[in-house]
Design a protein around this ligand. Structure first.
Ligand code: HDL
Ligand code: ZN
Length: 426
């Protein structure tokens, strides 16, 4: 008869100790370092591309959408404002004139509070003075430490004119930041990507004949290698279909997946974004749509030697996606993406995933665009992951099971970091 794990290192929890168990889970989850597997952050070497500080927090596109909804401010008048003026307007309209309990507004306050700033003063210029005194690389360390972030994965677009020169001038890397090769322009806009590839020395043509497909594979290999990218990623519209007669399907089947297999790199599909439903909002103008999960079924079944990371943007897709993940060991679910990154939906999705997939998911990524956002995105999510995990453990205690502290530590490490690295390295 196997001994209960109380023989394992540290404490163990049994029925009747649910309160002590909850405290232990909270402590362990809080102290487990996170690998933030999808962000829009940049290492300090990328200069202005790394956004941080209170004016960037207040002009995050989530808040821009909210302030342009809350006021009758003409869109072009807003866009003519300076970032500071936009931040002043947002602060006044969403924080002073109205209570800031939307998740995006709440997040700003959590981030300021986490850095020791007194949000009760509501003194924006005091907060600005604090950030003005920070030096980027040291501030990255300060924020990562406060958020208990081990490292973050960037979103790296070789078609981006601001970013490409940093890579081409021999960027030496930063252990706090890993790369992900983002290929939306290639897959979603081949007509415009093709001439850009040609201009960069790749012998491609729109028709995607054998030579062009080989050259796209060379392009992907060059950038995966240059970036030491952990995975390749694309965001896809709700009507994403595969297989289908399209440049995108050809590029995925003949270029992306073979190169991914060769490098052992996952292919991450972020499905369900309807780009620019309101173009006047610019980066804040994207929407969400219900998508079919059938392309995911087909890809996982037809390419068993490829690894697929998937997150979907529509709440209505989450259950189907969990069921799909039960059927394919090469399908890895991650995060509560974008419009799902709200406490009520994070809890619903995390509970669904733990019940259907057990410990085999990564429940969250931050999607942070502004460095300080990791402070709130992770504080808010750790609380929810703790609550759901403790409830799931308590259900086990009710069946007479005993949970060892070392097992809580093991599970938390997997959920917040290890599952991702195991999948990337598999
Ligand atoms: O396509 C993506 O990676 C999305 O996350 C978009 O960047 C979106 O604008 C965003 O920041 N969501 O959080
Ligand atoms: Zn993103």
């Amino acid at each position: 008869m196997a001994k209960p794990p109380e023989s394992a290192r540290g404490a163990a929890y049994r029925a009747g100790q649910e309160s002590a168990l909850r405290d232990a889970v909270a402590q362990v989850v809080a102290h487990t370092p996170v690998t933030d597997l999808h962000t829009h952050l940049f290492a300090p070497a990328f200069g202005e591309l790394l956004l941080w500080g209170v004016d960037e927090l207040l002009t995050y596109h989530y808040l821009t959408a909210e302030v342009l909804r809350a006021t009758s401010m003409p869109y072009d008048a807003f866009w003519r404002m300076s970032k500071r003026e936009q931040a002043d307007l947002t602060w006044r309209e969403l924080f002073i004139e109205r209570s800031p309990y939307s998740e995006a507004c709440r997040g700003v306050l959590t981030a300021l509070h986490a850095m020791g700033l007194d949000t009760a003063t509501r003194n924006l210029d005091d907060y600005r003075a604090y950030f003005a005194a920070q030096k980027p690389s040291e501030y990255v360390d300060k924020v990562f430490k406060a958020a208990n972030l081990e490292c973050a994965v960037m979103t790296n677009d070789p078609f981006d004119a601001g970013e490409r020169p940093v890579w081409e001038s021999g960027y030496a890397g930063d252990p706090r930041f890993h790369a992900a090769l983002r290929i939306d322009p290639l897959l979603n806009d081949w007509a415009n990507a093709c001439p850009k590839l040609k201009a960069s020395g790749y012998d491609v043509e729109l028709g995607l004949g054998a030579k062009a497909r080989a050259e796209v594979r060379r392009f992907l290999t060059d950038w995966l290698t240059r970036m030491k990218a952990l995975y390749m990623a694309v965001s896809l519209p709700p009507d994403f279909a595969f297989p289908e007669e399209s440049a995108r399907a050809t590029l995925i089947a003949e270029c992306v997946l073979p190169v991914a297999r060769e490098h052992g790199a996952p292919f991450a599909m972020m499905i369900g974004v309807t780009r620019q439903i309101n173009p006047a909002l610019k980066l804040a103008g994207d929407g969400v749509g219900y998508s079919s999960v059938r392309p995911v079924h087909h890809l996982c079944a037809a390419y068993p030697d490829n690894k697929f990371m998937v997150t979907m943007l529509s709440r209505e897709n989450q259950h189907e996606l969990c069921v799909a993940a039960r059927k394919f060991r090469n399908l890895f679910l991650f995060g509560c993406w974008w419009f799902l990154n709200n406490p009520s939906l994070i809890e619903e999705m995390t509970r669904m995933r733990f019940e259907l997939l057990g410990p085999s998911v990564v429940p969250q990524h931050s999607d942070a665009r502004v460095l300080d956002q990791v402070l709130y995105k992770w504080e808010h999510s750790r609380k929810i992951i703790t609550k759901v995990l403790a409830e799931k453990y308590a259900d086990l205690l009710a069946a007479g099971w005993v949970i060892a502290e070392s097992e809580i530590e093991r599970d938390a490490q997997k959920l917040l970091s290890g599952n991702f690295w195991d999948f990337v390295k598999a």
